[in-house]
Design a protein around this ligand. Structure first.
Ligand code: 3PG
Length: 206
């Protein structure tokens, strides 16, 4: 499986920060009910790793890890069942460990120089982070021009209201963000709202 496969099948990737692993399965079911079958569980909280472990068992859901900063975390999330690894920036060591473990790496880039490094590593897909602050869709159009084979997943500042502007860029197969999985919704157990926002996002993407 490749990230392109994932992003083509699901153009909206939720970025999730969980307080407790018990939130994981209800969250996964709420996303699936809204038509989203790919999820990035971040390691920003202690709940992240166990949540990946639980969601890896949920049929139909493709779970990946986010906020992966160092190679040892690659081992942890792959052992927990993560199918892909997303990072806020580009670490050669993390990308190489992903290759060794047989999972797809989606590192973050914010500049042409980092894209040069991504190309030198043989990557053709990156996260563009933080997309809104870096100039939004116009910035991706400009950066994509010389990197003709690169696909970008913008993240950071992407919302329901602007996601179509990003997806209108040919080099953008998918967007990611947290608006459908806002931590306040997860804490409140507002799973119907997660499903509603997910369905709305998928409707806007197609
Ligand atoms: C992040 O790293 O938090 C993601 O890029 C999501 O950003 P968002 O909260 O602005 O959607």
């Amino acid at each position: 499986m490749t990230v392109t496969t994932l992003l083509t099948r699901c153009p909206v990737v939720p970025v999730v920060v969980l307080d407790h692993p018990d939130q994981a399965l209800p969250l996964g079911k709420a996303l699936l009910a809204g038509g989203i079958d790919v999820v990035e569980i971040t390691l920003r909280t202690d709940a992240g790793l166990e949540s990946i472990r639980r969601l890896a068992e949920l049929p139909g859901l493709h779970v990946g890890a986010g906020s992966v900063l160092v190679p040892d975390q690659v081992d942890q999330v792959v052992d927990a069942g993560a199918l892909f690894v997303i990072s806020p920036g580009l670490s050669v060591e993390v990308v190489q460990r992903c290759r060794q473990r047989g999972v797809v790496a989606l590192p973050g880039v914010a500049s042409a120089s980092e894209l040069m490094t991504a190309v030198s590593l043989g990557l053709d897909e990156v996260k563009f982070f933080p997309a809104g602050l870096l100039g939004g869709p116009a910035a991706i159009r400009a950066l994509a021009a010389p990197f003709t084979r690169m696909s970008f997943m913008p993240s950071g500042g992407v919302k329901a209201e602007n996601m179509a502007d990003y997806l209108a860029v040919p080099a953008v197969p998918a967007v990611s963000g947290s608006w459908m999985v806002d931590p306040t919704l997860l804490r409140a157990g507002a799973w119907d709202e997660v499903t509603a926002r997910s369905a709305d996002a998928m409707a806007r993407a197609t």
